[in-house]
Design a protein around this ligand. Structure first.
Ligand code: HEM
Ligand code: HEM
Length: 228
């Protein structure tokens, strides 16, 4: 008999997919901003590019609009963390033996050596999510910091202007914004691999859990306290 455990609230699921879509728009428009020839040099000639809306102005507009979506959905994610146990934002418990034990088990499973105990979220995934939330915040801070440069006395410059200067200046802010963009994509590739793999190997409805909110277990997961 499989147990059906409700893990993700509707709010968290909606946040997850909005966040995913915003990041896809941000990544591709961002690459264009950094290297306009990324659409290849045989793209539209300037006159026709304007007609097709592939202008830097329009692409930047898309980037900044998705940037606002990312910001507000991030604030929403923090807000909902206060309401349901399953939606809490975790700081991985590096200081406990169980954390390292769970991490070892997960790595052993990922290397196809031994299956780990049933877990709602394994410690490796939790650690990755913790860094993903930090990376998203970093992108918001550097992004709005750079955005504020065009209006040095404005709201965004006073809120995040210091981020640009702390990194060393405008060039460095662009540089780190670009590097972390790729780190997020690296996470995204590994994330899709691992959630699909979990689904295939444990048949626990892992992928669909981000749509339905539930996962299935034969035995009680060791971290059941996280959701109950
Ligand atoms: C995961 C989220 C994001 C990704 C993947 C991303 C990606 C990028 C990339 C690749 C660049 C080009 C950097 C370069 O090579 O110079 C860029 C530039 C930029 N991004 Fe983002 N970005 C994200 C979030 C944001 C946010 C939230 C904002 C806030 C409005 C923002 C504002 C900017 C600005 C102002 C620039 C420079 C535009 C210019 O120089 O014309 N980004 N972004
Ligand atoms: C840029 C893209 C993505 C980012 C940044 C991202 C981020 C995240 C984060 C932070 C969580 C943990 C939520 C929490 O408990 O606080 C999560 C969970 C999850 N995501 Fe994504 N995600 C992305 C794309 C995707 C895609 C394309 C899929 C579809 C296969 C997916 C499927 C899932 C599933 C099934 C979970 C639950 C896994 C678990 O319980 O450990 N994600 N994602």
């Amino acid at each position: 008999m499989l147990r059906r455990i409700f893990v993700f609230s509707a709010s968290l699921r909606i946040w997850h997919w909005i966040n995913f879509l915003a990041i896809m728009v941000l990544f591709f428009t961002g690459l264009y901003i950094g290297t306009p020839y990324f659409t290849t040099s045989s793209g539209y000639e300037a006159t026709y590019a304007y007609e097709k809306n592939i202008t830097m102005g329009f692409i930047r507009f898309l980037h900044f609009s998705a940037g606002y979506v990312l910001l507000f959905s991030f604030l929403f994610r923090i807000f909902i963390a206060f309401f349901r146990k399953g939606d809490r934002l975790f700081i991985p418990k590096f200081w406990t033996i169980e954390y390292w034990q769970g991490l070892k088990e997960t790595v052993m499973e990922y290397l196809f050596i031994k299956e780990h105990r049933p877990m709602i979220r394994n410690p490796l995934a939790r650690t990755a999510y913790f860094f993903v939330y930090l990376m998203i915040f970093f992108m918001i801070a550097t992004g709005f910091g750079m955005y504020g440069l065009s209006d040095p006395d404005g709201f965004w410059a006073s809120l995040f202007g210091w981020v640009v200067w702390s990194l060393g200046g405008e060039f460095e802010a662009h540089y780190w914004h670009h590097i972390v963009a790729w780190l997020i994509i690296l996470f995204f590739i590994l994330h899709v691999y691992f959630v699909s793999r979990e689904d295939f190997t444990h048949k626990n409805g892992e992928v669909s859990s981000m749509f339905s909110g539930v996962k299935f277990f034969e035995k009680e997961p060791v971290d059941i306290d996280d959701v109950k």
